[in-house]
Design a protein around this ligand. Structure first.
Ligand code: ADP
Length: 652
């Protein structure tokens, strides 16, 4: 800012005084010079003259100061005040001259500045008000959006129940009818109905999955699984569909891919399924190549699994590529109309890949094909996969343990019928209860081996019923499997924390159900021959080792087995006590002793069950320990029967 004050200030009055004084002194000097020239010089007169002149100059300076300098100084102070932000008017003297005019103008300028300042202040206040109102509006909109989102999630949870329950009935009934003798055209019509229902269920699952992901409720599991087996299983149905179009589908797995990985096999399968079903859908000729590789990950024990799905199909136009990962987006509506699709598959895939903290990319050329590439970091599992998870359970035979009694707790009559039909078809015995309290009453009179429990029921729901069952000592170990149409994340945790052991979401897949039942009940019981067993159980005593033992001493085998059978129940009881007390270390130690003893007498299946208990104990997996203990008990029963048979054969 420019400083308007000069560096050296000299008052106007002083200047005027000096100027007048100089002028008058000059006049006096002229007069004195004239007197000297005319010889009429008088010292006294000269001094007087000088004195009068100075007096006149002083009076003139004083008058100037009053008339001119004072008003100017007042104005100067006013300007200084304005400069400092104070809008003050200066006192107006009605002198009628330029000074009055300037002062008046100055005051007008101050007034208009004040008016402007007032306008700005009002604008400012209005602006602040507007910002406050807008913020309040935004806050309330945000609250509404959050409430709407919560309502949406709840709505979806309820709808998922409402939609999946009838779908369960629908698909189950179709499966049952398809199993009965039918005319060819009836079968065809039913298969069409089944396909439509399955398509509807697929869309429903997509929508529920997406909402689950978007609400941040989807979490990945960490389970050891064999990636090779898993991927081969996954591509098989796609291979069949591709072959119908005479398109070849090849899977190549690099040798660098570890045998066992730790991650979420279900979600990995979902990623690959989405990419493969698109590849098959959009490829009319040529082939589809699935290539799986692995490279070292960012830390020890982590690998990055690379999955590439390349097809020679229609390809995707460049301008559409950036949008295909958005939900409800389809690059080519005509193909999707012909083959179906909701435009959700890739959006879900992208979200799932993000959950894995991986990457998903695509390159495509119209008419030549597309390649989708996924990179997923995953842990390398130290041990082999466990059979406890339904997904990793051994393949299901066709025979059910006939003496096993199952309690189905389900309020929906159609669902009851479906489950009854499925279980009876496998030769299982069952009882049904319509709600939790009925189930508890029935348990007083029957010993059930497994309970299949619906969650949402009138009178007493499945969670409450489970809590009550678990509070009774003798029912603590009965496996309870939740069967629920609730597909929202958190349901599984709620079921497990209520004391359930496993979770099946409706519509229940018959394969999954049987796998789970088999993992609880084993295949060792007296089989009712509904159909021949697909995979016979391993012999209770390894025949090779048994023969080796026998060579030493014929009676040795049955002696050591009997000794084992006498000693082991005590150990199993101890193990059971440790399990009830929640002492995982003690469980693992007892299980290790049983395993070693079983190995010594070549009772491989018993040793195997004991090993699984120890593994579950090391993972602190209580449900796993309980399952494996059940399996161990049934394996011991089988060994006992086998020992009896050996004895009578020896006697015979
Ligand atoms: P949709 O259910 O329609 O298949 P997606 O999200 O899985 O939904 O795919 C979105 C769109 O991306 C598809 O409609 C299709 O236009 C395009 N697309 C995806 N994969 C392929 C592919 N392998 N070849 C050609 N187009 C594809």
């Amino acid at each position: 800012m420019i400083n308007p004050e000069p560096a050296r200030h000299r008052s106007l009055a002083t200047k005027f005084f000096l100027f007048t004084a100089a002028l008058l002194v000059w006049v006096v000097l002229v007069v004195v010079a004239y007197d000297v020239a005319s010889g009429n010089v008088s010292i006294g007169k000269s001094v007087l003259l000088f004195g009068v002149v100075l007096l006149i100059a002083g009076v003139l300076a004083w008058v100037t100061m009053r008339l001119l300098v004072r008003p100017l100084q007042t104005l100067q102070a006013g300007l200084q005040a304005v400069r400092e932000g104070r809008l003050e008017r200066v006192r107006l003297r009605r002198t009628g001259d330029e000074i009055e005019f300037i002062t008046r103008s100055f005051n007008q300028m101050v007034e208009s500045l004040e008016a402007n300042r007032q306008v700005i202040r009002e604008h400012h206040e209005q602006l602040e008000d507007r910002i406050r109102i807008r913020t309040e509006e935004l806050e309330s909109a945000m609250e509404q959006a959050l409430a709407a989102n919560k309502a949406k999630t709840e709505f979806l949870a309820n709808m998922s129940h409402e939609l999946r329950t009838p779908m369960n009935g629908f698909l189950g009934m179709i499966e049952l009818v398809l199993d009965s003798p039918l005319q060819a055209d009836q079968r065809e019509q039913l298969i069409t109905a089944q396909r439509s229902a399955q398509a509807l269920l697929a869309i429903l699952n997509d929508i529920l999955d997406l909402s689950k992901i978007e609400s941040g409720r989807m979490q990945l599991e960490l389970i050891p699984f064999s990636i090779r087996t898993h991927l081969r299983d996954c591509i098989r149905p796609h291979q069949v569909r591709a072959q119908q179009n005479t398109v070849g589908l090849r899977l190549r797995i690099d040798s660098a891919v570890p045998e066992t990985l730790s991650g979420d096999p279900l979600r990995l399968r979902q990623i690959l399924n989405n990419l493969l079903s698109n590849a098959v859908k959009f490829t009319n000729a040529g082939h589809i190549d699935v290539q799986i590789g692995a490279e070292p990950g960012p830390a020890a024990g982590i690998v990055v699994v690379n999955i590439s799905v390349r097809d020679t199909g229609s390809g995707i136009p460049g301008e559409k590529l950036p949008f295909i990962f958005e939900k409800f987006t389809q690059a080519d509506g005509s193909i999707s109309r012909r083959f179906g699709g909701s435009g959700l598959g890739l959006a879900i895939t992208k979200h799932l890949v993000n959950l894995f903290q991986g990457t998903l990319s695509v390159s495509s050329q119209v008419g030549r094909g597309s390649e989708f590439m996924v990179r997923l970091p995953m842990g390398v599992a130290a041990t082999g996969p466990h059979a406890v998870a339904a997904d990793a359970a051994p393949s299901v035979g066709e025979t059910a343990p006939s003496d096993a009694l199952i309690l189905v707790v389900e309020d929906n009559i159609v669902n009851q019928k479906v489950i009854r039909g499925l279980l009876q078809r496998r030769g299982y015995r069952l009882e049904t209860a319509a709600d939790g309290s009925q189930a508890l009453a029935m348990m007083e009179h029957h010993d059930f081996d497994v309970i299949l429990m619906d969650v949402q029921m009138p009178v007493m729901d499945g969670l409450e019923a489970t809590r009550r069952i678990r509070s009774v000592e003798r029912w603590r170990e009965i496996p309870i499997v939740a069967m629920t149409a609730h597909a929202m994340s958190g349901d599984r945790e709620r079921c497990l924390s209520a004391g359930m052991d496993a979770y099946l979401s409706k519509p229940v897949s018959s394969n999954e159900l049987f796998r789970l039942l088999e993992s609880y009940l084993g295949t060792d019981r007296t089989a009712r021959p509904v159909a021949p067993s697909a995979s016979p159980d391993p012999a209770p005593i390894d025949p090779r080792l048994r023969d080796e033992l026998r060579e030493g001493d014929a009676s040795l085998v049955s002696d050591v087995v009997n000794l084992f059978l006498q000693l082991t129940p005590g150990r199993v009881d101890k193990l059971q006590q440790a399990l009830t007390a929640g002492q995982c270390d003690a469980v693992a130690a007892e299980a290790a002793v049983i395993r070693q003893s079983a190995q010594r007498i070549a009772a491989t299946p018993v040793a195997d069950r004991a090993r699984r208990i120890a593994e579950a104990a090391n993972r602190q997996d209580h449900a796993g320990m309980r399952h494996s203990l059940l399996l161990l008990r049934s394996e011991l029963e089988r060994l006992k029967r086998h020992a009896g048979e050996m004895k009578s054969a020896a006697l015979g």
